[in-house]
Design a protein around this ligand. Structure first.
Ligand code: GLN
Length: 204
């Protein structure tokens, strides 16, 4: 059985552990460096990215995690997790650190103050279409991807409304990120998509 960790410093850890367990993998909370070596993949949950960045430093996890993901450990970041994985962040605190694992520019709280949270149905490459229904996406003070490098595959964009066309799901090799929270809908398809990346194994 594949072992998939959920970074458990802050944020909606339990929901991801439940979704991963429902996908048939062994899901474990991760707080210590020594736990990283047991993992076949890791989820960085939603929460508050600047707080999580600080706690990664406090728990001595920042550099080990960056090294592990850089060496090919499959990683999935949702919302604040997407921010942590990005290479460039707009509208963050000057002292916030990020893992630089995904060649994207991410804007924090991008959808604006009035629209703190909303839901929409999305097409998601590799998940929807071909008889598979659209994906319900829940955005909570979400970031969007403002620019993506050439090695980044764009998997989903906002279909309509004021943010139409904004990128909200991406993949680059072993790293997957979504602006939204699939762990709160009961739809396991994004977690299954990530588990498939985990089962493909680490790229050589
Ligand atoms: N706005 C949060 C941040 O900047 C992310 C919100 C979330 O993860 N739901 O970290």
């Amino acid at each position: 059985t594949a072992v998939v960790g959920v970074l458990a410093l802050q944020g909606d850890v339990r929901e991801h552990l439940q979704a991963l367990t429902a996908c048939g993998v062994e899901a474990v909370p991760v707080r210590r460096e020594c736990e990283l070596s047991e993992l076949d993949g890791i989820v960085l949950p939603g929460g508050e990215s600047t707080t999580m960045s600080k706690l990664l430093g406090v728990f001595g996890l920042f550099d080990p995690l960056r090294t592990a993901i850089g060496a090919g450990l499959p990683a999935y970041g949702s919302c604040a997790g997407m921010i942590l994985l990005a290479s460039t962040i707009l509208d963050t605190r000057p002292d916030a650190r990020h893992l630089d694992a995904l060649d994207v520019t991410v804007r924090r709280n991008a959808f604006g103050r009035q629209v703190e949270s909303f839901e929409t149905d999305l097409d998601f490459t590799g998940i929807t279409g071909d008889g598979e229904p659209p994906l319900r996406a829940v955005f909570i003070r979400a970031p969007w991807v403002e620019a993506a490098g050439p090695g980044v595959q764009i998997l989903a964009t906002v279909p309509d409304g004021p943010a139409a066309g904004r990128i909200v799901a991406v993949r680059q090799r072993n790293v997957l990120a979504t602006s939204f929270h699939p762990e709160v809908t009961g739809d396991l398809r994004v977690h299954r998509y990530f588990v498939d990346i985990v089962k493909e194994g680490r790229p050589s």
